[in-house]
Design a protein around this ligand. Structure first.
Ligand code: NDP
Length: 244
């Protein structure tokens, strides 16, 4: 078995927020990082520099996960030549609106990135990982996908869809020693949540604070690095008690 410092973690959507924290945490655990993002080159470059300061390598790859051809061009040959040991599927966007006002574009944009992107990425990554007969896959869902959130019919659908997809994949690949789990964050302080009203939301959270990206990254790190691991096909909530 490889040491962590020979292992590669592919973080999809790793330039900011939760994905950035996961990249840094896994680099601290010794992984070399392949970090993808859509178009925020400056942010990705900053994460790369931070990871390299930890003595690990970091390749950055820019592509839109909702575009199958772009995903294939960026990832296809790379993962075929060298399978990652860990894949974290983290990209997500919101286009919040009540269903009665929600446009087709708002529905499609969210489903395309959050859910179709999962297929686009995993379609290329899965076969090389199966060849290695070892690996960990972590899918970042959301409390919104577990219990539903008014104003987020598109987002809740995409995140619930990811839970179903990851559970089905867990049944397909478990016998090949590839462990698949889902992490469902509650409200985490990132660009995505900067406009949310703390006065409205904090009373709903028993721990009385928004989560930090590091709160999510530490759980992902555990699922990726723990040797004695019998957790498979599970949804792990990281939500301060927002959903109990
Ligand atoms: P951010 O908006 O801070 O970061 C999103 C990341 O995804 C960036 O790296 C972004 O790249 C990348 N990304 C977005 N769209 C695409 C795309 N089409 N193709 C490729 N990469 C893309 O999000 P958060 O850190 O807040 O969230 C991370 C994940 O956690 C998301 O899936 C989100 O749904 C989920 N989540 C977040 C919660 C929160 O409270 N923040 C709560 C529950 C779940 P770029 O920088 O180039 O735009």
């Amino acid at each position: 078995m490889k040491n962590n410092n020979e292992k590669i973690a592919l973080i999809i959507g790793g330039s900011r927020g939760i994905g950035r924290a996961i990249g840094l945490r896994l680099a601290k655990s010794g992984f070399n990082i392949w970090l993808t993002y859509r178009n925020n080159h400056a942010a990705a470059q900053m994460v790369k520099t931070e990871i390299e300061k930890k003595g690990r390598t970091c390749d950055i790859l820019s592509f839109d996960v909702s575009d199958y051809s772009e995903t294939e061009a960026a990832l296809g040959e790379k993962v075929d030549a060298l399978a990652p040991d860990v894949v974290v599927y983290n990209p997500g966007i919101t286009r919040d609106n009540l269903l009665v006002w929600m446009t087709k574009e708002e529905w499609s944009a969210v489903l395309s990135t959050n859910l179709n992107g999962f297929y686009n990425v995993m379609h290329f990554v899965m076969f090389p990982m199966l060849r290695e007969k070892i690996g960990r896959i972590i899918v970042i869902s959301s409390t919104s996908g577990q219990i539903g959130q008014a104003g987020q019919v598109n987002y809740s659908a995409s995140k619930a869809g990811l839970i179903g997809a990851a559970k089905a994949l867990a049944r397909e690949v478990g016998e090949k020693n590839i462990l698949v789990n889902i992490v469902a964050p509650g409200v985490i302080e990132t660009d995505m949540t900067e406009k949310l009203s703390k006065d409205t939301i904090l009373p709903l959270i028993p721990l009385q604070r928004f989560g930090d990206p590091e709160d999510v990254a530490s759980v992902v790190n555990f699922l990726c690095t723990e040797e004695h691991m019998y957790i498979h096909g599970q949804v792990i909530g990281v939500n301060g008690g927002l959903a109990i």
